[in-house]
Structure formats: structure tokens, C-alpha cells
Design a protein around this ligand. Structure first.
Ligand code: NCD
Length: 306
């Protein structure tokens, strides 16, 4: 693989290879000395045109723990804020002789477009409402590790219920492409106003009643209400949204005893997820964060060293 642009452009072999190497990287991540020489002399640039905590810092740690040199370029503070075009920013960084650019941008398709302009490997860290492939891979990795640790098997036959602002979510698109390939069944739950266009063609079921979907779930993935992308009124009020689509303390009782709660973060506590849910023993939210480093180490390894 030269680039990682989306789950859509990955083969099932690529997916399995990344998940298998992530298991090995997980062991490195939990050693006292977290350093492999694998990418010594290689350089990774994190180019973020949108804000990020988890994705940006885990890509930086992943690069550093593989001994690559890693630098961060945020659009705020770069020449992009002086009006430089995305293409000029990319070709400028590329001309320095770097090996990979991890890019996040508000434009859907922008990372694939960038791949046509540069020599470096492009890694999609979130492009608009299109894809966030490493998030879906780390979600799968965290779920697989949880199932294995609790003798629950693999993703084969599992029911994953994804709830929330699906219209603005690149995470749901990547997960809807990935999870069925690993044997899981996906049910999407959202108000009709927050469903993405074209969703009827996806390999998922759609439901508007969270209470009906919860009892069958092995995993409930709550997605953030992306207020910064909302221009109009997508639901009557935040209170109304929480009542119908929030994972409240009362709704926790509807989950099967073995079911777990996931959320890619950042969390709107009290809106789509209650603290009772986020901080419960069923929550794998921090396991997802931890999986993020192992999966991103694996991705950098496969693009730059394998
Ligand atoms: C997500 C993103 O940026 O797409 N966050 C993440 O990478 N963990 C989801 C979000 O912003 O809600």
C-alpha cells in the first residue's frame, strides 16, 4: 500500500494485515521502553487543517515509537492562514523530502486529491464527512481485543449499533464499510434529519428507535453531535435529542449484560452520552484511544517499511 485514503480503497487482505500488525504494536506500546528502530531515518508530517487531540497525538506517538522523525503542522499558525492554497502547502512540505503526510481537512475527498500532487504517502486522518479509516480500524481493534479477553469470539455475527449525528460523521462511513467485511452486522440509529444522503445503499440497517435497538447490541457506538458543522436546526432542542437518542443512565439498563459502549471522542457529556455510560465498567472509550496508537503504528509500518 502506498496511501491510506479510506476503507473503501483497502482490500480485505490489507485490512487483516493492518489489524494483525496492530496486535504486535500493542505489545510494544505496553513495554516500559517503547521504541522500535523500524522507521529510523523516515519523516512523517502531521498536517491538520482541523482540530484534533487523539488522532494527531496518537499519529505523532506512533511515528516516534517507530523511530521516525515527526513534525506537526497545524493550519492555524501555518501559511494556510495567510491564504496559501492547500496544494501549495502540500507541495512545499513534499519538496522537503518527507515520506508520509497524515492529513485532516474539512474537504471530503481532499486527501485523495492531495495524493495526486505529492511523492509522499498520504494518510487520511479525516476528510470532511467522507472517511476516517484509522478510526474504524482502531474501533475494530479495540472491539476484537475486548471480545478476545472475554471469550466472546470475533466480530463474526456481532451486532454493532451506531447512534447519533451520522450526517456529519466520517467515522460512521468508515465503520459501515469496515465492520460488515469483518462479519459484524451494523444498525444505524439517528433522527431522519441526521442520516447521511445515500445511506439506503449502505450495507446496514436503519432504525429511528434507540430503545428498540439497544437490547440486541453487542457494541453501542455513540457518535458526537457535531455542533460546529450544523448551520440549521437538525433537532428541536438538545434536551429533546438526549431524551430520544442519548445514552442516558436509564438506557444503560436496556443493554445486554456483556454489551460494551464505544465513542470515538470527543464526548459531549450530557448530550449524546451520560457520564454514567461513559465512565461505566462497560465503556471501552479509553481502550479505543489506546488502540489508536497501535493501529497507527501498524499503518505507518505497512506504508513505509513493509
Ligand atoms: C472524530 C473526527 O474527527 O472525525 N474524532 C476522532 O477523530 N476521534 C469524531 C468527531 O469529531 O466527533
Amino acid at each position: 500500500m502506498k496511501h491510506l485514503l479510506g476503507i473503501e480503497s483497502m482490500s480485505l487482505d490489507d485490512i487483516h494485515a493492518i489489524l494483525a500488525t496492530a496486535e504486535e504494536m500493542h505489545d510494544v506500546q505496553h513495554r516500559p521502553v517503547k521504541k522500535l528502530p523500524t522507521l529510523r531515518g523516515r519523516t512523517v508530517v502531521n498536517l491538520f487543517f482541523e482540530d484534533s487531540t487523539r488522532t494527531r497525538s496518537s499519529f505523532e506517538l506512533a511515528a516516534k515509537w517507530l523511530s521516525a522523525d515527526a513534525i506537526n503542522v497545524a493550519a492555524k499558525g501555518s501559511s494556510a492562514s495567510k491564504g496559501e492554497s492547500m496544494r501549495d502547502t502540500l507541495t512545499t512540505l513534499d519538496a522537503m523530502g518527507i515520506d508520509a503526510i497524515v492529513m485532516r481537512h474539512a474537504g471530503s475527498g481532499s486527501v485523495a486529491q492531495a495524493a495526486g500532487w505529492v511523492e509522499a504517502s498520504m494518510i487520511n486522518a479525516g476528510d470532511g464527512t467522507h472517511e476516517h479509516p484509522t478510526q474504524a480500524l482502531l474501533d475494530a481493534h479495540a472491539m476484537l481485543r475486548h471480545f478476545r479477553a472475554h471469550d466472546l469470539g470475533t466480530l463474526e455475527g456481532k451486532e454493532v449499533v451506531i447512534v447519533g449525528d451520522l450526517l456529519h460523521s466520517r467515522v460512521v462511513r468508515s465503520n459501515a464499510l469496515l465492520l460488515p467485511q469483518l462479519g459484524a452486522h451494523v444498525t444505524l440509529v439517528a433522527p431522519p434529519t441526521l442520516l447521511p444522503p445515500g445511506v439506503s445503499a449502505w450495507n446496514v440497517d436503519i432504525c429511528h428507535d434507540l430503545d428498540a435497538a439497544l437490547p440486541d447490541a453487542d457494541v453501542v457506538m455513540m457518535l458526537r453531535v457535531q455542533r460546529e458543522r450544523m448551520l440549521g436546526g437538525f433537532f428541536p432542542s438538545e434536551r429533546e435529542y438526549t431524551i430520544r437518542y442519548g445514552l442516558t443512565a436509564a438506557r444503560l439498563q436496556k443493554l445486554a449484560p456483556h454489551a460494551v459502549i464505544a465513542h470515538p471522542g470527543p464526548l459531549n457529556r450530557g448530550l449524546e452520552i451520560s457520564s454514567a455510560a461513559a465512565d461505566s465498567a462497560r465503556s471501552i472509550v479509553l481502550d479505543q484511544v489506546s488502540a489508536g496508537v497501535a493501529v497507527r503504528m501498524s499503518v505507518l509500518y505497512h506504508l513505509l517499511a513493509a
